[in-house]
Write a protein that binds this ligand. Sequence first.
Ligand SMILES: [Zn+2]
Length: 343
Amino acid sequence: MDKDRSKVINIAKPRYNKEFTKQYDYLMVCNDIIGSIITYIERNNFLELEIKMSEEEIREFEKADDFQKWLVDNGFKDAIYNAYYVDIFRNLLFDFHSFFYASLEAISKNKTSLAFTLLRKPFKDILGTLEWIYVDKINFIDCFVNGRAKDLEITKNKAEEISTKISSLRKVSNFFELRFEKEEDISLENYWNNSTHLITTRGKYKTKDGNINFLFLNEEERKDLAKYYYKIVPVIMQYAVELIVELFEDIINAPKATKIMNKLLRYSDYGDATNSKILKRLLEDGILYICKECDQINKITMEDKERLKEHIIECKHCGNILYTFDYNIFEWGSIEEKLNFNM
Ligand SMILES: [Zn+2]
């Protein structure tokens, strides 16, 4: 863990609309979690494809005109599909992370139009594709390998179909109306359409006569838009991060203790930004962890809440400090075997 990150977090405050610093910090942490997942996949060889073949299979493979087809037809479909999947997942996250970072940077500097425009790709196209992967990974890869590019498009109809499946699988809303529904007053769909185009001629938010979208915003209007951004974006980002983390934990086959610990850290930030009570519920029973410095067992409880919000866990035995910005897979990976966790 890079300890200098604490300094970065403290310096990187929004320049405008400072009353939303908590929400800004939370969004930055969410994006850092995604960044740490990308790094983990790259550094731990999850992008390498290893296939064991007999000598005869190797001879046949080398003769094949279409190596992909040969692998699929000769019993290696799972291996090659999984390799495609991890590569696609990593690259989707990379784009999500870059666009979202730029959007957050823009809103923090009052570049309102740019901030909304940059949200469209991560929240609509990329998140929509990740949701498709979540509900039916094989179907998505089949389309990618055998279908037309057009089949991969996240249309409103497709998104609606996927949303229904997400609701029944995850028991949470995926904010379909906020991301895809033009008819909803508060839908982001209207905001990023207006910020992308100077003139819009359809839907509820068509450009008024004598105006040009987002071109003549006064300070009060910019403030209202920032208020809207910091209210809506954290809830969608929270949903996105939970979905992404679940896909990631499945790829690396994360231990249960690691999952629980990271969930606690994520919710400590979310609760702070949105006044959710979920952190309180998680801390009531206390969460166990082992200090890497002194190897002693600690119990994190309600009294540690404030420090958790500062991204710090302090060992009660030796005082060693752990900074908790990212997905902390490295810190928590060995807990399960040591404590003989059974959750
Ligand atoms: Zn310790």
